[in-house]
Design a protein around this ligand. Structure first.
Ligand SMILES: [Zn+2]
Ligand SMILES: [Zn+2]
Length: 125
């Protein structure tokens, strides 16, 4: 019997490991979704096993300080990276926004309210 070499590195696109893909006989890089019907919701020309390079992380909008933290963050998670790790930072609402249910000072991207120590003290009573 052939000894199977497991490779647990995950593809940074579809999020599957080489081992999982080989066992399932899948070569295509994509993400399936859908409820009633299965459909392809994301597809890439190739799997991605290498870490992201500095240039690529920069293109994702990651701060240089957080590069090492996100070397292997899947592409599909890049849009959910914490504002603290992005060059953009928090996008604070400058006025109450009822449409999006945001208050002044609340972040459009993550919904957090980076509160000041003064406010924190007041909240704790
Ligand atoms: Zn893949
Ligand atoms: Zn934020």
């Amino acid at each position: 019997m052939e000894h199977e070499v497991t490779d647990e590195r995950r593809c940074l696109h579809c999020g599957e490991t080489k081992t999982t893909l080989r066992r399932a006989g899948i070569t295509m890089c994509g993400i399936e979704g859908g409820y009633e019907y299965r459909e392809l919701i994301e597809e890439w020309p190739d799997h991605r096993w290498r870490d992201w390079t500095d240039a690529e992380l920069d293109r994702w909008g990651i701060r240089p300080e957080a590069f090492d933290k996100h070397r292997r963050t899947p592409e599909t998670h890049m849009q959910w990276v914490g504002c603290e790790d992005t060059k953009r930072g928090h996008v604070l609402a400058t006025e109450d926004d009822y449409e999006f249910g945001l208050r002044i000072g609340q972040c459009h991207a993550c919904g957090k309210v980076p509160i000041t120590t003064e406010e924190a003290a007041r909240e704790q009573g």
